[in-house]
Design a protein around this ligand. Structure first.
Ligand code: SF4
Length: 101
């Protein structure tokens, strides 16, 4: 639960701040939870270090949302994932990870 709590303490305020920017329209984008069906099917975790290596042997801890081509921002603590169409933390990971070119 500490991880979930940490996520909401850090990510939700950041998302709210971004929503206040003109033209961002962030307020209508939901935050992805690990226990959502699609998130579970793709092994999504809020922290890349928590990925089950037995299920995803090609995963490495250097892979995270911040370096994924589907992460819609660079340098942000959280951003919309184009795969889930929801907000994910930069520390997250799922099996849809595609290294940013
Ligand atoms: Fe993160 Fe990329 Fe998976 Fe989206 S597709 S959750 S940005 S690793």
């Amino acid at each position: 639960m500490a991880n979930r709590r940490e996520f909401f303490l850090k990510i939700v305020p950041a998302a709210g701040a971004l929503a206040a920017l003109p033209g961002v329209g962030f307020a209508q984008v939901a935050v992805l939870a690990e226990d959502e069906k699609l998130a579970q099917s793709l092994g999504f975790r809020l922290h890349t270090e928590q990925v089950d290596q037995t299920k995803f042997p090609k995963h490495t801890n250097t892979q995270m949302c911040a370096g994924c081509a589907l992460y819609s921002a660079t340098g942000a603590e959280s951003a919309k994932c184009k795969l889930f169409n929801k907000i994910v933390p930069k520390t997250g990971w799922c099996s849809g990870y595609a290294k940013r070119g």
